[in-house]
Design a protein. Structure first.
Length: 375
């Protein structure tokens, strides 16, 4: 293996400084990355921990980012500042905003946060909107920690836009106005009260979570695409979920995106709906043709009645509808393409025919005009 990248990391402990090496190697298209942690005792000994081994560069990089961010959140720091270290620290929001978010996560009122999420869930049901469109989890934690009591204070919180204030401000303030708070607005005091080492550790921990999700999505994409190959044994969403770490709902969303980009995941769809009766699959297809495929709820009611099963049975039905919608859209696209090709072919034939028929007429008219002297 040829070393592509190598850096030494150190961590300060109570009575010593611990050391390790992070590395990336490549040979013949095979990528490996990992961590060598120096052990006590004989000098130069280390424990080799392989993070990734395979032929996918983007997957290796995603795993490397996640694992290294985890080590940084533990307190390890590089001896040589590398490009990834700079990448970790670039593209972040303003330092003030980051500190507000950090403080809200470290000092959250969990009981009030639960009340706010319950309110959001009810509001989302009433308005038929996704909960995150009303307020994100991060926004609710900021609200539950800093307890705004006026619209002006609510506007000071990052992630709370004017539309949110106008639409839900009064509902939100009903949860916070009655609670006594021991701080004031503006919130510039947060920057001085938050410990720098604590803030740095939180920053790397946030990056670790972000890169973990990226690594999971890259791995899931590879597994889904591998399922399209002939003879693949990995066509179960349960298996892909277990190996990637993503939930089934997220995998179905990824399938929808991959299908839009031209990949066919029929093997996975066929495996997942094999227990759905053919007449039921046909009823779903007809419902999409009649009602359109933008919304699932009308199709659910059309096929299963006005009172479909409650959770978790309803979740299973929605997943089946989404999988069948992927198939329906693919078949509809193929039909549209075939019709367009057929129309283009007929148009081409008609154009050729018109040239053969019309041209002589034009010639005859020309001769007639010359004979009679007409213009």
């Amino acid at each position: 293996m040829g070393i592509v990248f190598l850096n030494r990391m150190e961590i300060e402990r109570e009575h010593e400084v611990g050391g390790a090496q992070v590395w990336i190697e490549e040979e013949g298209g095979l990528w490996t990355c990992g961590w060598n942690e120096e052990t006590g005792g004989n000098q130069g000994q280390s424990e080799r921990d392989i993070w990734y081994e395979g032929d996918m560069w983007n997957e290796m990089l995603a795993v490397y980012r996640h694992k290294l961010a985890a080590k940084l959140s533990e307190g390890y720091r590089p001896i040589i500042r590398d490009t990834f270290q700079e990448f970790l620290e670039s593209g972040q929001r303003g330092r003030y905003t980051q500190k507000l978010i950090c403080y809200s996560e470290l000092h959250a009122d969990e009981e009030l946060y639960k009340q706010l999420t319950a309110w959001r869930r009810v509001k989302a049901t009433e308005e038929h909107r996704a909960p995150y469109l009303i307020a994100t989890n991060r926004a609710l934690r900021l609200i539950g920690t800093f307890l705004p009591q006026t619209f002006e204070e609510l506007r000071e919180l990052p992630g709370i836009g004017e539309s949110t204030v106008n639409r839900y401000g009064e509902n939100i303030l009903e949860h916070t106005r009655t609670i006594e708070r021991k701080h004031s607005f503006p919130l510039d005091w947060v920057e001085h009260r938050l410990d720098e080492e604590e803030f740095e550790a939180w920053t790397y921990k946030s990056k670790e979570r972000k890169f973990k999700r990226e690594a999971e999505r890259v791995r899931a994409t590879r597994l889904l695409l591998e399922s399209t190959r002939s003879g693949s044994t990995c066509v179960s969403l349960a298996q892909i979920s277990q190996e990637s770490g993503l939930e089934r709902r997220e995998l179905v969303e990824m399938m929808e995106s991959l299908e839009k980009n031209g990949y066919s995941l029929e093997a996975v769809i066929e495996h997942e709906i094999q227990l759905v009766p053919q007449e039921q699959q046909l009823a779903v297809k007809e419902a999409y043709a009649e009602l359109g495929d933008s919304f699932l709820k009308p199709v659910l009611k059309k096929v299963y009645g006005e009172e479909p099963p409650s959770e978790p049975g309803q979740d299973i039905l929605y997943e089946q509808l989404r999988l069948l919608r992927i198939r329906y859209r693919r078949e509809a696209d193929r039909t549209t393409e075939a019709d367009s090709a057929h129309a283009a072919e007929n148009g081409s034939k008609a154009g050729t025919s018109s040239q053969v028929v019309i041209a002589p007429v034009a010639v005859n008219r020309s001769k007639s005009q010359r004979a009679t002297g007409s213009d």
